[in-house]
Write a protein that binds this ligand. Structure first.
Ligand code: NI
Length: 193
């Protein structure tokens, strides 16, 4: 398992719709394993295939131990509404409040290609919705008001020079290095997904 490069805002792949997965192959399982490794190395709680430069309709999440690979996920039920701060591994250090349905039911295939349904609320529901958006070229900043979006994007303009080629390098096994900083983020944000 290896950590993959994360694509950051500006890379057109983040705006590209994904292709449904037709078959769960050993290569796809390897991609799932590498995506988990990448997500943990970057201290995220979710990661979608376009964020690692891939076009498969696939995301991984781990919210407080609720760990899922979601292949061809589809949100089939949405209820309620909640507002909370979000971040994104592809837009590091930029956060914004997003209103989303509070409870969802998602239908997907697992890493063995078996269909399952998952009812989620709170942070897990938010994270899954954020990832499903990624699979359709949508990012959390798209939900911000014009003013807040402009401010988030100008903040990103100052930061993106830190990511040559619009690539964020992550190293597996280095998670502890930035613990204090991420704990600080977690206090105010849902976490980067
Ligand atoms: Ni994201």
């Amino acid at each position: 398992m290896k950590a993959l490069d994360i694509r950051v805002l500006g890379d057109p792949i983040l705006r590209t719709d994904t292709q449904p997965v037709a078959e769960v192959t050993p290569e796809l399982r390897q991609l799932i394993a590498d995506m988990f490794t990448t997500m943990y190395a970057a201290e995220g709680i979710g990661l979608a295939a376009p964020q690692v430069g891939r076009t498969e309709r696939l995301a991984v999440v781990d919210v407080e131990g609720a760990r899922y690979a979601l292949i061809n996920p589809e949100i089939v039920t949405r209820e309620g509404s909640a507002r909370a701060e979000e971040g994104c591994l592809s837009i590091p250090e930029v956060f914004g409040e997003v209103e989303r349905p509070q409870r969802i039911v998602v239908r997907a295939l697992d890493a063995d290609g078996k269909p399952f349904e998952l009812a989620a609320d709170e942070l897990l529901a938010r994270c899954i919705q954020h990832e499903v958006d990624h699979l359709h070229g949508k990012l959390f900043v798209d939900y911000l008001s014009v003013f807040k979006r402009r401010s988030a994007l100008s903040q990103w303009d100052k930061l993106k020079g830190d990511y040559p080629g619009l690539i964020r390098k992550v190293v597996a096994g280095m998670e502890k290095k930035s613990k204090s900083r991420s704990a600080e983020h977690n206090a105010t944000a849902a976490g980067e997904v």
